[in-house]
Design a binder for this molecule. Structure first.
Ligand code: ADP
Length: 671
């Protein structure tokens, strides 16, 4: 015996009315039978078929399939039973429109694994139903009869024991109807049990047993060829299988890989089928990821520039400079009251805790090499300056204490000056771009001859000043030979230990007040800038900026994720019947979950990739336009990719779970 129903009840409540779709149905069907279920509309035929096909469950009563009480079978095992023992044929064919006939036929394979002694080849099955020349046609290129034949081939894919057909000829013309019925009769002759719902007498005539229903009852049950029992004699699939049916083969990892590939392929197909929708739904992710990529790249550039600036500020540095701070509401002009000398610097060097001191003078100067001229900033400093301000040349050298003492005419020049004076010379020589080497060359600064001995390390441009557009010369040379100054413009003071900075600052203040005999009214006429504080502020600012950028990125990814979730929910609703079909073909809830999850991830990763590309374009564009040293790092690309995949996972989960939780019959009946 293939199946046995004992006293099945199924009741629907529609508002106040109670519909008894099954009202105490008992029925036995043996292997090899061909049963037609007939009755007027609403008599419970489909409900019975759905219960027999494990798509629906009765409220009450026992249903045994292949000797197992299905009420005790887990959801996954029910799916496995549907996959390996049952084949469904629907009135509306239920082919997936985006797949070819061949792919539709092979669809059940992804849920069935290799169990059941090997499955049929989809090509053979299509040839069997007479569609050898239509394999690669899409369903909408096939006639109704042809579509139903594809559906039959699909039902045969896993060599089922029982085929359940719900009005298989309901939508067909008479010729196609005859074809389909011949195929079904043929299958039955080969031993496959068929249960078919129909309301047409001539169709039912082709079956060998006719069950008539009314109001949820079986009112008659006639066998046309009594006594013939296929369970003993039928060849092929039907016989002998019932015994082994308790075992439901487990699905191996290999299948998971195939299923994965299948889902990815289908997801990509779905994406391209709805191009505009896909684009709109990934827009959020795309913009988010592009923003992350561009921000990270530009932020990196900004950070690098801040870091060089920090380094060039030196560490534990105090800068003493005259005036300019507000005093009693009146801004004193810089240097108007207090001017510093090298003697002040020497005295400051004697303060405990002070490590190095470098006074400096600054002025504009005209630098000339050959017949080229360049106006730049000239700074006179002590040799200590090189280390205090991270200015030690990588090419050439800084000047020495001896050179400073002897007012030597040596200069260390910045990269911009090199480019302006020597780069152009090289260009003019047109000697194939030989790099200009100005070391040892002589330049005129304000008409005084200097020898170039080194190139200042490159610092890059900040928004307000080109740090490389300058020349450093010995302090004494600058004061006496270039500017004729007796006073220094400011004094850099390096403190040995950071914690001493406040004490040293106070000591410097007192020293200056004492040396210059400043009355209380003028004690504000100079200022000591604490560079450490400034550094902290800068670091703090850049950290705040990064946090800000990160939260903007997070928000846009969140918005992108919501976009994905939205589109996935739409997709699940739109494809409810497809989900029902897949469940009928043996998909477990897990398979459906994976399908939609993979689709969500494919969508978001697609958006992520497009976003990475857009972000890269923005970065390249910005760094070209603004001259920033910004580059997309591989880290950022991985990060963005990972994030978009994660967004797909997280925001796709709920819709996917919703799809997985659909009951097969509700999904199939969804309009
Ligand atoms: P048939 O296939 O013989 O036309 P059905 O089995 O589809 O009959 O339905 C039997 C009765 O159950 C009908 O009155 C139908 O309206 C009702 N019914 C079936 N499914 C549902 C459902 N999901 N919700 C409410 N009523 C239903």
């Amino acid at each position: 015996m293939l199946l046995n129903c004992i006293d099945l009840y199924k009741t629907y409540h529609m508002g106040d009315t109670v519909v008894r779709a099954l009202d105490g149905v008992s029925l036995r069907i043996d292997a090899g039978e061909f049963v037609a279920v007939m009755g007027p509309s609403g008599s419970g035929k489909s409900t019975l078929l759905h219960v027999l096909g494990l798509l629906d469950s009765p409220d009450r009563g026992v249903y045994e399939l292949l000797g197992r009480d299905v009420a005790r079978v887990s959801e996954n095992d029910l799916a496995a039973l549907r996959s390996r023992r049952l084949g469904f044929i629907f009135q509306q064919f239920m082919l997936l429109p985006r797949l070819t006939a061949l792919e539709n036929t092979a669809l059940p394979v992804i849920y069935s694994g290799n169990g059941n002694g090997g499955r049929a080849s989809p090509e053979d099955l299509l040839s069997e139903v007479g569609l050898a020349d239509r394999m690669h046609h899409a369903p909408n290129k096939l006639s109704g009869g042809q579509q139903q034949r594809v559906a039959i081939a699909r039902a045969l894919m896993n060599r089922p024991s029982l085929i359940l057909a719900d009005e298989p000829t309901g939508n067909l013309d008479t010729a196609s109807q005859n074809e389909i019925m011949s195929i079904l009769q043929n299958l039955n002759a080969r031993g496959i049990t068929i249960v078919m719902v129909t309301h047409e007498e001539e169709v039912a005539e082709r079956a060998r047993r006719i069950i008539r229903m009314r109001d949820g009852h079986i009112i008659s049950d006639d066998r046309k060829v009594p006594g013939r029992d296929f369970s003993q004699s039928a060849p092929g699939t039907a016989s002998g299988e019932s015994e082994g049916s308790g075992e439901i083969p487990r699905i191996g990892w290999k299948l998971v890989a195939r299923e994965f590939r299948e889902h990815v392929l289908q997801a990509v197909r779905a994406l391209f089928a709805n191009k505009v929708r896909t684009l709109l739904s990934v827009l959020g992710i795309l913009i988010g990821v592009a923003a992350v990529i561009a921000m990270l790249a530009l932020g990196q550039g900004a950070k690098a520039s801040i870091e060089t600036r920090l380094a060039s500020m030196g560490s534990n540095l105090l800068v003493l400079r005259p005036g300019s701070r507000q005093s009693h509401g009146v801004a004193l002009e810089a240097g108007s009251v207090t001017r510093f000398t090298t003697a002040d610097a020497e005295e400051i060097l004697g303060i405990p805790g002070v490590r190095r001191v470098s006074p400096s003078v600054t002025g504009r100067g005209q630098v000339a090499a050959g017949n080229l001229n360049w106006n730049t900033q000239i700074t006179g400093v002590l040799p200590e300056y090189a280390d205090m301000r991270a200015a030690r040349p990588e090419v050439g050298r800084f000047f020495t204490a001896d050179e400073e003492q002897s007012r030597a005419k040596v200069a260390v020049i910045g990269m911009t000056v090199v480019r302006e004076l020597f780069g152009k010379v090289a260009e003019r020589r047109a000697d194939g771009g030989a790099s200009p080497n100005p070391i040892g060359e002589s330049v005129k600064i304000n008409r005084v001859n200097f020898q170039v001995i080194g190139i200042l390390p490159e610092k890059g441009a900040t928004t307000w000043r080109d740090e490389d557009d300058r020349v450093a010369v010995p302090l004494s040379t600058a004061m006496k030979r270039l500017f004729g100054k007796e006073y220094v413009d400011n004094i850099d003071i390096e403190v040995s230990r950071a914690e001493d900075i406040p004490d040293v600052e106070e000591a410097v203040r007192r020293t200056i007040i004492k040396r210059h005999r400043l009355p209380p009214s003028l004690q504000e006429s100079f200022q000591i800038r604490n560079m450490a504080e400034l550094q902290e502020t800068l670091t703090e600012t850049s950290r705040t900026l990064s946090t800000l950028l990160a939260s903007i990125a997070a928000i846009s990814l969140l918005v992108g994720g919501i976009g994905i979730m939205n589109i996935m929910l739409v997709s699940v609703t739109e494809r409810t019947r497809e989900i029902g079909l897949r469940k009928a073909l043996g998909a477990r809830p897990r398979d459906i979950l994976w399908q939609f999850l993979i689709e969500a991830v494919v969508v978001s990763v697609f958006g992520g990739l497009a976003g990475i590309f857009l972000g890269w374009l923005i970065t390249v564009g910005m760094s070209k336009l603004a001259g920033w040293a910004a580059a997309v790092s591989p880290d950022a690309v991985f990060l963005a990719f990972g994030f978009s995949a994660a967004v797909g996972m997280i925001f796709g989960f709920w819709p996917a779970r919703k799809a997985a939780a659909l009951s097969p019959i509700d999904a199939l009946r969804y309009e």
